[in-house]
Design a protein. Structure first.
Length: 261
């Protein structure tokens, strides 16, 4: 399947799952607008590497997904630089863990702004262009935590449940516009976001990272192995295919059996 001629914007694609999705979409032929933070030199190397490896056009926009005006400006800049915006992957996300009574209010606001409102403002900015073309794909990266809860993750779980809900609303609103909207709900994927949680646990328990890796997997997933960013990327490519053109409004688990329990 070829996505040649399509333009994809992947938020939070300078690392982890977003980068895996950007790579997979580029390998399928889509031009890519990367987004996310990081070292300027490393981001440029990533951008140029994707262009060279896949023969597609790749840009980078440093918009802060916690800032609605920057999201709108990034969508406009994507249309201007790449000529279109056909595929939007709302992936940028952060985590913070604490019990509700100890959860800092500013962390709540930050997670809701990036993980929840950022998805709304991304869709709001991108939908008119997709409607005008009569074709579009919106893929929201939710989580197993969009379907079930864990303690100490109140803001994250609230945001991800919200992402699953707004995915359904958008899917219904766009059902006959040629635009599908789905949510991917990964279980554990080994990325810098999870590596930090493993490191924090290892420090807290005075244990090794390997021990904590096995423990976090065994706590939640019947299948005690991590999914990879490449596997999430392959699912995103499938959602952009004709085979998936009637799949919409679906929360798609890729989680080693986490929510089957
Ligand atoms: P990561 O920390 O490796 O990458 C996060 C990306 O988002 C980076 O590119 C970072 O620069 C970017 N980012 C962070 N804040 C931003 C902001 N304000 N504006 C723009 N970009 C910003 O994380 P990851 O594990 O790849 O997570 C990506 C998504 O997948 C998140 O939405 C996360 O909730 C979700 N997810 C991750 C897992 C997992 O196990 N890793 C599981 C389920 C869902």
């Amino acid at each position: 399947m070829s996505l040649r001629g399509k333009v994809a914007l992947v938020t939070g694609s300078t690392s982890g799952i977003g980068l895996g999705i950007a790579r997979s979409l580029a390998a399928a032929g889509a031009d890519i607008m990367l987004n996310g933070f990081g070292d300027t030199g490393q981001i440029e190397a990533m951008r140029a590497g994707l262009e060279k490896d896949h023969g597609v056009k790749v840009g980078h926009d440093g918009a802060d997904i916690g800032k609605p005006d920057q999201i709108a400006a990034m969508v406009a800049a994507t249309h201007q630089a790449m000529g279109s915006l056909d595929i939007l992957v709302n992936n940028a996300g952060i985590q913070f863990t604490a019990n509700i009574e100890d959860f800092p209010s500013e962390r709540w606001d930050q997670i809701i702004a990036i993980n929840l409102s950022g998805v709304f403002f991304g869709m709001k900015a991108a939908i008119p262009g997709m409607q005008a073309k009569g074709w579009g794909r919106i893929i929201n990266i939710a989580s197993a935590h969009g379907l079930v809860a864990s303690p100490q993750k109140v803001a994250y779980v609230a945001a991800k449940h919200g992402v699953v809900g707004m995915t359904k609303v958008a899917a219904i609103e766009l059902a006959n516009a040629g635009v599908t909207v789905n949510a991917i709900c990964p279980g554990w994927v080994l990325t810098p976001l999870v590596e930090k949680q493993l490191h924090d646990r290892a420090t807290r328990h005075g244990s090794a990272i390997d021990t904590e890796s096995h423990a976090v997997l065994a706590e939640k997933q019947p299948m005690t192995r991590f999914s990879t960013p490449e596997q999430i990327g392959a699912l995103a490519v499938f959602l952009c295919s004709d085979a998936a053109s009637t799949m919409t409004g679906a929360p798609l688990s890729i989680d080693g059996g986490w929510v089957a329990q």
